[in-house]
Design a protein around this ligand. Structure first.
Ligand code: SF4
Length: 224
């Protein structure tokens, strides 16, 4: 592992921008920059990873400089009218990582350039089991706090399982919507099931065992 040079960063920002432009040209409705879960942009934000002593390391205003550079490059590539979202950790969820207060600073800066912010949390590989006895709506408190500060939609992701709980958050906070990924890997028709039966508990328990499976297949599905 080695620290990126400024040239590396410029090249990577340009690569993000080119990828977003290709997605736009291919007909996607929008693009989302992943700045959460311990991937590269999240590593810049996390002081446990980011030990830089230049203008990209140190206080959060410096650590967020590269994620902002990437976001500005992508916005410039896709133009002002194309939906651009960013996904960010509410906090890194570890001692010494990015805090919620720091994440608020980053989100407010990103909000100047994006159309919505998706709130998640923690780091790649850490599993929090969801379900009736497990975690649910993991980052709702932070998302509600952020939604009060921003004029753009805030989307909550992570352990969203119960329609009545999600409706409660819509009714009592400024959270605008919800992200679902693994529950749709497990049950692609989940929204239709919920329309028929709002009390339905999704089967997905957020075990993340689909990650190493070819095609990200849910391990609860019969192999064939
Ligand atoms: S393997 Fe299945 S149950 Fe586990 S997280 Fe993935 S989709 Fe959900």
């Amino acid at each position: 592992m080695r620290a990126m040079t400024k040239d590396d960063m410029d090249l990577l920002a340009a690569d993000f921008a080119a990828a977003a432009r290709r997605a736009q040209q291919a007909g996607f409705d929008g693009v989302e920059i992943h700045a959460a879960h311990g991937y590269l942009l999240s590593q810049f934000l996390n002081p446990l990873w980011n030990r830089r002593e230049d203008e990209f390391g140190g206080p959060i205003e410096a650590r967020m400089r590269f994620p902002l550079q990437v976001t500005a490059a992508v916005r410039s590539a896709v133009g002002p009218g194309f939906p651009l979202l960013v996904k960010i950790n509410s906090s890194d969820g570890v001692e010494g990582g990015m805090t919620e207060d720091e994440s608020l600073v980053v989100s407010q800066a990103l909000a100047q350039m994006v159309d919505a912010i998706e709130v998640s949390g923690t780091t790649y590989g850490k599993v929090k089991i969801a379900g009736p006895e497990g975690h649910r709506c993991l980052y709702a408190r932070y998302a509600a706090r952020l939604a009060e500060l921003l004029d753009i939609p805030v989307i909550l992701t992570g352990g969203n399982r119960l329609v009545s709980e999600l409706q409660g958050l819509l009714d009592t906070t400024d959270i605008a919507g919800f992200g679902l990924a693994r529950p749709l890997v497990c049950e692609p028709d989940l929204p239709r099931i919920w329309q028929r039966d709002p009390a339905y508990w999704p089967r997905c328990v957020s075990c993340s065992r689909c990650f190493p499976e070819p095609g990200r297949r849910c391990v609860l599905q019969a192999k064939g």
